[in-house]
Design a protein around this ligand. Structure first.
Ligand code: HEC
Ligand code: HEC
Length: 337
């Protein structure tokens, strides 16, 4: 009898130690995360400032003016569409429809989905085909695109300079001799966008708080790294570089729209920060839930075996930990009359 109790006790101890060992040690995962290039949004405001404003140009007044321009529909030809129309900062920095819709209900003719502006400051390149190097350059595109805001640089400058409140603010930011140009308008919007970053619990983890993630999230992180998702979804943006798409097989919906990537067929890797909040997915918005997006991703990008449902669930748990805290300066501002 005693022998049997001892035997059962040993068995329990053994089981316990095995399950302990298979639990994911946060310290080891943190080391590995750093090794595969995952980087936190820094806690330290000075360090963050250096990252989002490497040239040291931003001032609070410039950012505030940028916010007004970002929200101002008068920068579209018929005063109906602003940056915020397609990049809603209260939801996810995007628009939640498969295809972007601009002035006069015009749909993007290439069936292109609006990516989020949150954390875009951390991308190597802007746009799905990476055709723009930074936010300031990027911001000139949508204002002129006939399917977005459809304004010309001349009309945009004319409109802004005809609004005394704006002229006053431009002077305040750039000095009394300021010449309001289309480029300066775009640069100022870019300045605002640089502040749109969303630190998450995953950043808390990467910044050294080993309790920031629970066991399911840690397991998801482990799968994310072991499966090689971090070959492309890495760095501070957990994305943002140009990479091949459709490595192991073709994307199921590749023929919806005519987007083929850049001249080398490379596609800008979307950030996975806030990915739980940004359906529909992919450049043409063809996949409307995250489970299917992950499965499609594993089918087309991974040369090893495909991911199973269990792994998908863990990955989603980890992705939830990437939901970030929104910045404070996102409310609709008072626009100059
Ligand atoms: C009609 C909807 C619409 C409007 C209005 C709009 N955008 Fe976009 N935005 C998009 C779409 C669609 C894309 C992707 C286009 C592409 O890659 O070719 C995009 C891409 C971007 C990107 C690149 C993000 C990335 O992941 O590469 C940024 C940044 C951005 N827009 C900011 C802005 C700003 C700033 C404005 C206002 C000046 C603006 N957008 C107006 C729909 C819109
Ligand atoms: C070889 C590079 C590469 C690898 C590896 C990779 N991805 Fe991607 N991922 C991309 C690119 C590029 C896109 C955008 C493709 C498009 O829409 O045209 C993308 C898109 C996604 C999207 C859709 C995001 C959105 O907002 O539209 C999700 C989700 C995703 N990947 C998850 C994963 C997961 C999970 C793994 C690992 C199982 C993984 N990816 C592995 C490059 C990669």
């Amino acid at each position: 009898m005693i022998k049997r109790v001892v035997y059962i006790l040993i068995l329990f101890a053994l089981m316990f130690s095995i399950s302990e060992a298979s639990m994911d040690d946060p310290r080891k995962l943190l080391e590995k995360a750093k090794k595969v290039g995952l980087k936190p949004i820094p806690n330290d405001p000075a360090e963050l400032k250096k990252l989002i404003d490497p040239k040291g140009k931003l001032t609070p007044e410039m950012i505030e003016l940028g916010r007004k321009l970002y929200y101002d529909p008068r920068l579209s030809i018929d005063n109906t569409v602003s940056c915020a129309s397609c990049h809603n900062l209260f939801t996810n920095g995007a628009d939640a429809v498969p295809v972007a819709v601009g002035v006069k209900g015009r749909k993007n003719p290439h069936h292109i989905n609006s990516p989020t502006v949150y954390n875009a400051v951390f991308f190597d390149r802007q746009f799905w085909d990476g055709r723009s190097p930074d936010l300031e350059d990027q911001a000139q595109g949508p204002m002129q695109a006939t399917v977005e805001m459809a304004i010309t640089p001349e009309i945009a400058v004319k409109k802004i300079t005809s609004i005394p409140g704006y002229v006053k603010e431009f002077k305040k930011v750039y000095g009394n001799d300021v010449k309001i140009t289309f480029k300066l308008i775009a640069d100022t919007i870019g300045a605002y966008e640089r502040t749109l970053v969303t630190p998450s619990r995953f950043d808390d983890f990467l910044n050294g708080n080993l309790n920031a993630l629970n066991q399911r999230e840690l397991k998801g992180l482990k799968i994310f790294m072991e499966r090689g998702c971090t070959n492309c979804h890495t760095g501070i943006a957990i994305g943002g570089s140009m990479q091949p798409f459709g490595i192991a097989s073709d994307f199921k919906y590749k023929d919806v729209g005519d987007f083929k990537g850049n001249k080398d067929g490379l596609v800008k890797v979307p950030t996975l920060r806030n990915v739980t909040l940004t359906p529909p997915y992919f450049h043409n918005g063809t996949v409307d839930n995250l489970k299917d997006a992950i499965k499609e991703m594993s089918r087309i990008q991974l040369t090893l075996s495909e991911i199973d449902d269990n792994e998908v669930d863990y990955l989603i748990a980890f992705f939830k930990a990437l939901e970030g805290r929104k910045p404070k300066n996102i409310e609709f501002p008072k626009l100059p009359k």
